[in-house]
Ligand binder design. Structure first.
Ligand code: RNT
Ligand code: ZN
Length: 416
């Protein structure tokens, strides 16, 4: 079928495909740099383990080990994904020049100068994350540690990151979402739950005392139910993080990662729940399998449901970021598949006759509501997707894989 026929098929349901494509082009999605190197970064010894309750599994060859390699890999991904991207960096991706090195409490904007150049040349905005893991100062706690010196170090890190986030926003002319997540927690039943929570709260308060313009720097607090090695307790639980954000609405926003809840909970449903009260929320889109496994985002029911809620509630109120890392398959392919899938889900959502569906529900016409939603699933979506990809200058179909294979042969295999 051609795009024109697809356009007519959707028009019969009152959906304007041109408008959907135009809208999708304007919705920023933050591309996480950490898929390229298994969340290693450049500021610590790469042979040391990843800590903080997260884990990458697999050792597919070709991991990016230098800033140049990671930048080249990101460029390869950008060639193959449609849509408006931002880059999402972690503090551990600081680039030190001339043999200089700075610990995390001493990081400065200049350590991200090359990332600014990278983003500017490609017209990308940039988001940022303090890195409260994979570091010797995790005792293993960070912001909730009972040791004031440990807390001081990590508070200083958070404050340094606010300054860096301001710099990124200023230089690139787009707001910088700065996400606070720690793996603070315990493997087994704690002897004290309140202490760590109170310290965590006070530490985040101290970080947010660093001055910033909330229209440009958007600190978030990301919650989590459990992690590897921190199965029994996490300081930044859902109730803690949400309450923190609610009580500090004038200076931070809540972030939901859809891998961070009990397996039968869905983030799609939580989006309008939070947007009832918060002007803006942030998301990490991932795919949990039985746990927070951070599999590559699939074009599955929950991803589509998340996308529908983003679109229906207003994409301008949701900061969308990707957060997955698979070291068991070609990392570039993993990035491309997951990112294209989120874009597909957003397009699918934009191609829903939202007003009609709402009307059917409000008029209690539930038979038609079900029937119509099922009918929409088999409209010629792939033709609209192809038109979107074409307009964005990226391959529409599986031919993108040829490009990844060629890159693997030419570049990745050289890294062995
Ligand atoms: C971990 C959190 C966190 C990290 C990144 C690397 O469970 O989801 O967002 O994945 O910051
Ligand atoms: Zn996350």
């Amino acid at each position: 079928m051609s795009y024109n026929e697809a356009k007519q098929a959707y028009a019969r349901f009152g959906v304007d495909t041109d408008a959907a494509i135009a809208k999708l082009k304007e919705i920023p999605v933050s591309l996480h740099c950490w898929q390229g190197d298994d969340v290693r970064g450049f500021d610590t010894d790469p042979s040391k383990p990843l800590t903080g309750g997260i884990q990458t599994t697999g050792n597919y060859p070709g991991r990016a080990a230098t800033p140049e390699q990671l930048m080249a890999d990101i460029d390869e991904v950008l060639k193959l994904v449609p849509g408006k991207m931002k880059l999402n960096l972690h503090a551990s991706y600081a680039i030190f020049e001339d043999g200089e090195w700075a610990d995390r409490d001493r990081l400065e904007p200049k350590h991200f100068r090359r990332w600014v150049e990278f983003c500017r040349e490609r017209g990308l905005g940039c988001d940022f994350n303090p890195t409260f893991f994979s570091h010797e100062k995790c005792d293993p706690l960070t912001l909730s540690s009972p040791d004031p010196e440990t807390r001081r170090f990590w508070i200083d890190h958070g404050r340094a990151c606010i300054r860096i986030a301001s710099y990124l926003a200023e230089e690139l002319g787009e707001p910088c979402v700065m996400n606070i997540w720690t793996g603070d927690g315990f493997k087994d039943v704690p002897g004290d739950r309140m202490g760590p929570r109170m310290r965590y709260k006070e530490s985040i308060d101290a970080i947010l005392e660093e001055p910033y313009d909330f229209t440009k720097v958007k600190p978030c607090v990301e919650s989590k139910v459990f992690g590897i090695g921190v199965e029994a307790f996490t300081a930044g639980s859902a109730e803690f993080s949400l309450s923190y954000a609610a009580f500090n609405r004038d200076k931070c926003i809540p972030l939901m990662d859809n891998g961070h809840y009990h397996p039968t909970e869905v983030v799609s449903d939580k989006i309008p729940a939070l947007l009832t009260f918060f002007p803006e929320i942030a998301l990490h889109v991932t795919r949990p399998i039985r746990w927070d496994s951070d599999h590559v985002v699939a074009y599955d029911d929950e991803t589509r449901e998340i996308a529908k809620e983003i679109i229906r509630c207003g994409a301008e109120r949701v900061d969308i970021a990707l957060d997955f890392f698979d070291a068991g398959i070609n990392r570039i392919a993993a990035w491309v598949v997951g990112t294209r899938n989120l874009e597909k889900a957003l397009l699918f959502a934009l191609l829903q006759p939202a007003d009609e569906l709402k009307k059917l529900q409000d008029e209690s016409r539930f038979t038609e509501l079900l029937a119509l939603q099922e009918e929409l699933k088999t409209l010629p979506f792939s033709d609209v997707w192809a038109a979107f990809c074409e307009a964005e200058g990226v391959p529409a179909g599986y031919e993108w894989m040829d490009e990844v294979k060629a890159y693997e042969q030419k570049i990745l295999e050289e890294r062995r």
